[in-house]
Design a protein around this ligand. Structure first.
Ligand code: G7M
Length: 310
């Protein structure tokens, strides 16, 4: 155990040397990371390896100090060539990329640490209106009110009141716009706001009908104005709704298009403009009639409700 302040490079090196792999818990090619479960002597350990991004600054500094050529000492493994295009895999002089990896070790790791990093199972669910009524709706209705207490606290100005950027207090069509928990409120390149409606009866996309168009259009317009006050123009904004959301009280995500991540993936994010268009121009009860596919993960609370119905 190393909870004291004397743990240093030599100790970490020693632990890494003694790490014996048991299982690959997860891999992610987009973040170029791998999560490994192993043992160090009799205890379990979780090791995370993540390839670091290139640093233009470091490459420039390296070139300046040594002079070109930048890839003079590279070692090629596979190589292809077509006309003016060549590509290969290989290794470059370590100095160009150093450090090239981030290592995170949890030791000793508890079962909780291990479970947290184990690959999620994921699958598509095609939610017909009948399945919504049979599976998802009862699940939503069974959710304890405490799950969305944080939303009521915001609407009642008990918390985050000073962070409110806009409020329309109308109980039916009103809402509050404030920074999302995930935004540092400083960097507009990662602007992330959330609009939370005052109406407690709209739990998700499935509850929206034509009578909610004033609310949706109002959110659209006011979100644009608030973002503009941060210097983010209308054509730089992504407004969307999650289905399934984490919290069943209707809210809209307002982010810049510079931001991307899991929450914006097809299978979860529904653009507000498309939602408005579907209700306004296709059918007033579009979201009561539609089959909505979504990806369910084994860590989602809804996961255990679905297998029973297949
Ligand atoms: O997946 P879903 O559409 O339900 O997303 C809920 C959003 O609410 C996420 O983007 C969270 O980061 C955000 N959020 C969650 N909590 C608990 C809070 C909070 O307490 N305050 C604020 N401002 N945003 C939150």
């Amino acid at each position: 155990m190393h909870s004291d302040g004397n743990f240093g490079e030599a100790e970490l090196k020693g632990l890494l040397k003694r790490f014996r792999l048991q299982e690959v818990l997860d891999e992610d090619t987009s973040t170029k990371s791998i999560w490994l479960l192993g043992t160090i002597e009799e205890n379990e350990a979780v090791l995370v390896l993540e390839r670091l991004a290139f640093s233009g600054e470091r490459i420039e500094a390296e070139t300046r100090s040594k002079g070109p050529p930048l890839l003079g000492a590279c070692d090629l493994h596979t190589m292809e060539h077509n006309d003016i295009y060549s590509w290969a895999t290989g290794m470059v002089d370590a100095a160009v990329l150093r450090p090239d990896i981030r290592i995170a070790l949890t030791y000793p790791a508890t079962q909780k640490h291990i479970d947290k990093h184990r690959r999620l199972e994921r699958r598509w669910v095609k939610e017909t209106p009948e399945l919504y009524n049979a599976v998802t709706k009862p699940f939503i209705e069974s959710q304890p009110a405490e799950r969305i207490q944080w939303i009521y606290n915001i609407l009642d100005k008990k918390v985050e009141a000073e962070r409110t950027l806009f409020e329309d207090p109308d109980p039916k069509f009103g809402f509050i716009i404030l920074p999302d928990l995930k935004w540092d409120t400083a960097n507009t390149d990662s602007l992330y706001l959330v609009a939370i409606c005052h109406n407690h009866r709209i739990r998700s996309l499935r509850d929206l009908t034509r009578k909610h168009l004033p609310l949706l259009n109002n959110i659209r317009n006011k979100a644009t104005q608030v973002a503009q006050s941060y210097g983010v123009a209308d054509d730089q904004l992504r407004l969307y709704v999650h289905y399934q959301p984490s919290y069943y009280h209707f809210h809209v995500h307002i982010t810049t298009i510079k931001l991307d991540g899991r929450g914006m993936l097809a299978g979860r994010a529904h653009l507000l403009d498309t939602v408005i268009d579907n209700i306004a121009n296709i059918a007033a009860d579009y979201y009561q009639m539609a089959t909505i596919p979504f990806v369910l993960g084994s860590s989602d609370q809804l996961w255990s409700s679905w297998p029973k119905h297949f």
